[in-house]
Design a protein around this ligand. Sequence first.
Ligand SMILES: Cc1ncc(C[n+]2csc(CCOP(=O)(O)OP(=O)(O)O)c2C)c(N)n1
Ligand SMILES: [Mg+2]
Length: 944
Amino acid sequence: MASPDVDETGRDAEAAYARLPGGAHAPMSIGRVTPGSAGQPMPLDGTAGIDSDPTETREWLDSLRYVLNSRGEERAAYLLQALEQEAYRLGVSIPFSATTPYINTIPASEQPPFPGNRELERRIKSMIRWNAMAMVVRANREDKSIGGHISTFASSATLVEVAMNHFIRGRGADHSGDQVYFQGHASPGIYARAFVEGRISEKQLENFRRELASGGGLSSYPHPWLMPGFWEFPTVSMGLGPLMAIYQARFNKYLQDRGIKDTGGQRVWSFIGDGETDEPETLGALTLAARERLDNLIFVINCNLQRLDGPVRGNGKIIQELEGLFRGAGWNVIKVIWGDDWDPLLDKDDEGLLVKRMNEVIDGQYQKYVVMPGSYIREHFFGADPKLAEMVAHLSDEKIKKLRRGGHDPEKVYAAYAAAMQCRGQPTVILAKTIKGYGLGEVGEGRNVTHQQKKLNEDELRAFRSRFGIPISDDEVAKAPFYRPPEDSPEMKYLRERREALGGPVPSRPLESPRLKIPTLAEYIPFIEKSAGREVSTTTGAVTLMASLLKDKSVGRSIVPIVPDESRTFGMDPLFKQCGIYAHTGQLYEPVDSDQLLYYREAKDGQILEEGITEAGSMSSFIAAGTAYATHGVPMIPIFIYYSMFGFQRIGDLVWAACDCRARGFMLGGTAGRTTLNGEGLQHQDGHSHLFAAAYPTVKAYDPAFVYETTVIMLDGMERMYGKGEDWIYYLTIYNENYEMPAMPAGCEEGIVRGAYRLREIPGKAAAAPKGAKKGKGALPPVQLLGSGSILREVIRAGELLAERYGVSSTVWSVTSWKELRREALACRHWNMLHPAEPPRQSYLEETLGAAEGVFVAASDHVRSVPELLDPWIPGGLFALGTDGFGRSESRTRLRRHFEVDAECIAVGVLYRLAEEGAIGAEVVAEAITSLGIDPEKVDAASA
Ligand SMILES: Cc1ncc(C[n+]2csc(CCOP(=O)(O)OP(=O)(O)O)c2C)c(N)n1
Ligand SMILES: [Mg+2]
């Protein structure tokens, strides 16, 4: 078989690497015993050209060995670095390589002794494997569309089990343990372990993926929303787990640095699929982890070389690619590629031929070896060089076939974790090579279809049972019964002992959490009164409230302001001085504005998370802070302020994850409104985040117009989330338009919180009644005007205009939350539908707007569908105006005309509705269009 051309993958320097002990860029790890160290220099071929003077080469290599043996690793590393620097200075270009040879990072000689009982651990792991497989097989017998995954956990069982038996600390009464982000679709393995541990019942296991079954079921993947006492972190939307894990680890340091909680002993683990690393989120924050020196973070990447459809990198090597990336980003990389049966072969590899072969074979080919017999491997892998073939001549084909991958060797995996524990100042990634569907044999092991394998027939079950030695009889095996060893068995004792020694079960999530004492609205009445009569924006109102809350004795310390490089946009820069920007290292430089009062102040105990330009990172911090009440037993209050356009639209999946994991906190969508943020154009002007927000079950979405509204909403939110312990995320759109803030009308607090209140009555001037009003109809019907956010003022102006010019009387409603009104109305309707014989429940919406009369016209700075959320409950239907279509770079006035949400267009909308009702003639509307200066042939903004 021809050698695959590794150069094509862009990692040509890799081959050159194998030639030098430790590789050209590995002075830090030259202590490893590498092939070739027994005397012969490794063969020089490939990129460095032909060795024109082997004797000289040998002298240099001998010198290196001499230094290494006589003076130690540090000295040898120093000399190599000095040589490299001098070569660079003299203009010698050394080929760059971020990778090391395709062998284990930790040589056999440096492996620590395995402290566990190998045999007992193997038996426990086998039972867990069996149960994990059986729960998927049985669920799919019940309902063949139910799904589930067998092959993923089959590949990661050793990675998970070694960690569970030796490293991952659990949650106990007085400690919260490590945080683990499990690979989502490996969940059967985690359930299977919890079942063997006695934490999950057989009934639950039977009802895997049938959560509505009687007796309860198990959710498909890690969902704290559905299993709040078990799962902590939702991970199955690929890429989010690793990203959230990085920010979780950083947040742990933040808690420590601010003196809020000692998290020094806690680690964050993220189990990741190799295919999952294709997601930008997986790799997007790697440099942050290194920059922040997150040595409390461990990534374990299960490199089974496959994803759903086929190979992850058939024509390349995913482990090498990831190694380069992680090393480049500054991580400690530990590769676990080969199991211990390769050690004697590597020992004999004096000429480095085996390592060279390991380096040059690509993943697609390695996968082929998994499904082919030993004779094929002998011929195609070892047969590439007669000396290699000779090396395995003493091994049978069967033995060759069984040469294990590192991720299935508990001792290699143990050594990697142990090294990760010792690493200081850097995060660690473990790249473990495994086989997808390990143990499934011909039904799935290493096959491209294995990801979706959910069924095993009787013979296949029997083979699985026998391979892993599960004590289930031939008669029983077809039923795929679950297996749990007797309570007093050595397996059960061992299992329990190990978890007890590590502090408790994993995963687990507390159902109770401490509460905070929240300031009352009464305490903030002076704050509200101060805003009255001032020309400010709701953004200023919300930020000033935050600044004030930050000083509050009971909640101030718990607030975590989070901002992706927009503090100045939102007027938050005074907070730099007040609370400081968090920086683990403090401020190592003199800031350019150090002579100013509000200088850019970074501090180790800084409170603000200034995340830089990453909404995804900021949202991950929001999640870490917003779940700290459960994760750490420390309620923290994230207030994440950002461009509303870059929230739900950009990072909606993280918001969904935040809902799933019951995160609590405030998302403040700044510079909101398709017309209020003017000039910025279509990528900035948000008019649809409320539409997104409507679909997120635990998001309460508000679109307030005035400072007193934002204040009432935020204080109510704090009380619900941190006073009462309810699981909500508060989304508030806040605007950058300055206008005079009114005083708070009496008695509107409940309406603000529930979604709407009657703001103003505007009586029509009788003398101005339209001449075209149809005779015999009497007075015009009442008009209900609904508005929210900054467009509420246009709505009020429309009411005034209608009263002045057309004698129309109207009631103006400030709608603070379209979504809240609808949510409660839907809940009532749901109950009423299912209790038809009982007196119907009335929602707040029905009691208020639903009980009003006349024509209803609504306008907001969002798409029409947002107000239309109320339509089913509005008598005669709701006529909504809104900002459908792309934004424009323009002035506010022109934008509002373009989208038809200015007072004039709203007035025309009302007249049009009155005409539709037959209350006035069409000519009145036509006249209004002309006299209000509206071009009837103007474009329809929705499609322009
Ligand atoms: C964002 C996202 N896209 C797609 C999927 C569907 N999906 C589930 S598992 C999988 C393949 C996973 O491959 P890998 O990460 O290598 O994990 P393995 O099962 O091989 O361990 C895919 C595409 C998903 N869960 N999340
Ligand atoms: Mg994979």
